[in-house]
Design a protein around this ligand. Structure first.
Ligand code: ADP
Ligand code: MG
Length: 238
């Protein structure tokens, strides 16, 4: 069991984080507010300075806020949600017996694989189980592994299929939902799959939504799945 006092200290450090102070520039500046496992995963993956979207979104994510984040491709959105995901489960003292704690939705298989690779790198010192659910195998084969996973990276259609059809699998205890590339999720016609999927999730969860562009479709989706969100947008320099 993790030391209660350690978790208390992390909670206190999170409360003191002020994203507007301009003082949180490096991952080391977050070190008292995140787990040693994530800090060393970031360090050994050679991530030192935060990008702008990370500076803005990670402190809010750690504070448990719902976020709608927009920043162009290549700006570092993956870590902006993966750090809060790992920390949410760490602070909840999530174990292999607690089932699915985090769900990350991606519009395409290729992007899901990329997210999963970053998760494996920065999450390697954690004991969470993580899997990819992107089809390509039979539902049954996928289902056998799925049931034991704490973190899943998936495409919306395939995930919905499992929630509807896989016996013994549910998301009733989910702590955090991420929609990455929400604009492309909408463009690719996944709106109804996402709507149906969200019906399977507890309302008490935290939700993080990221996109490269701000569009009406994304704000429509945000209205349905986010609670009193913080808007974080990073504009390109002129
Ligand atoms: P986006 O999802 O916004 O398109 P990614 O999360 O895929 O961006 O990151 C783009 C690239 O920037 C990746 O190669 C990633 O490893 C790198 N990167 C992200 N954050 C940092 C950082 N803090 N320091 C250095 N490189 C970073
Ligand atoms: Mg991305």
């Amino acid at each position: 069991k993790r030391d209660h006092e350690d978790l208390q200290k992390i909670e206190e450090a999170i409360q003191e984080l002020d994203p507007k102070s301009g003082k949180i520039k490096t991952f080391a500046d977050l070190s008292s507010a995140i787990s040693p496992a994530t800090a060393s995963g970031l360090h050994s993956s050679h991530f030192t300075n935060m990008t702008e979207i990370q500076e803005q979104a990670i402190p809010l994510g750690l504070k448990g806020k719902d976020i709608l984040g927009a920043a162009k491709t290549g700006s570092g959105k993956t870590l902006a949600f993966l750090v809060p995901v790992l920390e949410k489960l760490y602070r909840a003292q999530w174990t292999e017996f607690d089932g699915l704690g985090a769900l990350i939705l991606s519009p395409t298989r290729e992007l899901a694989v990329q997210i999963f690779e970053v998760l494996r790198k920065i999450g390697r010192h954690h004991a969470f189980s993580a899997g990819l659910v992107i089809g390509g195998k039979s539902l049954k084969e996928e289902a056998e592994r799925l049931i034991r996973m704490n973190i899943l990276v998936c495409t919306p259609g395939r995930m919905l299929q499992h929630l509807d059809q896989t016996a013994g699998f549910d998301a009733n205890n989910l702590q955090i939902l991420v929609l990455d590339e929400a604009d492309r999720i909408m463009d690719l016609g996944f709106q109804s799959a996402v709507d149906a999927l969200v019906e399977h999730l507890p309302k008490s969860r935290q939700t993080l939504m990221f996109s490269a562009t701000q569009s009406k479709k994304v704000s429509d989706l945000a209205r349905l799945s986010l609670k009193d969100p913080d808007y974080v947008s990073v504009h390109q320099d002129a």
